[in-house]
Design a protein around this ligand. Structure first.
Ligand SMILES: [Zn+2]
Length: 310
């Protein structure tokens, strides 16, 4: 296990000019990330909180590389952001810029060290039309890729999920996230979701509340539903026999959104459950971690966030 990262502190400027006294480290906002040593392919929660001895935070911003990390307020004056620890990345650099209530600006940078994980491999046989699609099908695949990209582009600035996530379907795992795959010995890919065994017609529930970003029949994913949970984060439900929600619709946690099926590129009926965070496919099981639930419970949720226009 790599040693936990230690944030580096830098005071960029002080409201009263360079003659002002630098705040000691104990007054700087506290940065924490849960889990402390994220594994490849998981979601990490970053929290930024005012030091108990310091000033309240007026404004906070965070980014990884050039990509901003949207932040949501926590009770007690802190902020929460979601960070991807993608497969194949040993480190994730994070930059946090905070302005305290007295105008002091503090920059902190840290490097999340990502723990390596061993993913199993498997060989699959599927219909040849899925590994060698014709020209018309290729055109359909291109069109759908664009549709999905557009649906997942929106970064809702407020969290739309509420408290802990739940499994969308109870059942044995048939294929874990990250599994390396050989289709008919030809096409190599990596499993981008978590497969749960089920019979055609079994109910599929929303793993948390959010807005339907896309409800569509797709070539590879079959009947598919994508839910937007805010802060650039989405869950998806594939290979359904039936979709029971429409684009733009609000869904509550535990709401029936579809039924298990065997549509799209499949070898049998099951649910493919997926997690997307701003361009990264991550393991949806990381949503069920106690740490994620605990931090989610601390979100400061304004009742107006859910209000619809009168
Ligand atoms: Zn799958």
């Amino acid at each position: 296990m790599p040693p936990p990262a230690v944030p580096r502190l830098e005071v960029v400027s002080l409201a009263d000019g360079p003659s002002a006294i630098e705040p000691p480290r104990s007054l700087a906002p506290r940065l924490r990330w849960t889990p402390a040593e994220p594994a490849e392919g998981t979601l990490t929660v970053l929290t930024i909180e005012p030091s108990p001895r310091g000033q309240p935070i007026f404004e906070a911003r965070a980014r990884t590389g050039e990509q901003p990390i949207p932040l949501a307020p926590l009770r007690g004056g802190g902020y929460l952001g979601l960070v991807a620890a993608p497969i194949g990345k040993a480190e994730v650099p994070i930059q946090v810029d905070v302005t305290l209530i007295d105008g002091t600006r503090i920059s902190q940078s840290l490097t999340l060290r990502v723990a390596t994980r061993t993913f199993p491999a498997t060989r699959l046989s599927v219909a040849r039309r899925f590994t060698a699609p014709d020209e018309r099908t290729l055109e359909r695949i291109r069109r759908e890729r664009e549709l999905i990209r557009a649906a997942l582009r929106e970064v809702n600035p407020t969290p739309l999920w509420r408290g802990p996530f739940v499994l969308p379907l109870e059942g044995p795992t048939t294929s874990p996230y990250g599994q390396r795959r050989l289709f008919n010995n030809e096409l190599r890919s990596r499993h981008t979701g978590h497969d749960i065994d089920g019979d055609t017609g079994d109910p599929v529930y929303a793993s948390n509340s959010g807005r339907v970003a896309l409800s569509h029949d797709l070539f590879f994913s079959g009947q598919a539903v994508y839910l937007n949970h805010g802060l650039g984060f989405y869950t998806a439900y594939f290979h359904l026999s039936e979709r029971l929600v429409n684009n733009g619709e609000w869904v509550d946690k535990g709401q029936l959104i579809g039924r298990v099926g065997a549509t799209g590129r499949v070898t049998g009926s099951h649910l493919h459950w997926a997690l997307y965070l701003r361009g990264n496919h991550l393991d949806p099981l990381s949503l069920l971690e106690a740490g994620f639930a605990r931090e989610s419970e601390r979100l400061l949720l304004e009742p107006t966030a859910l209000a619809v226009a009168p």
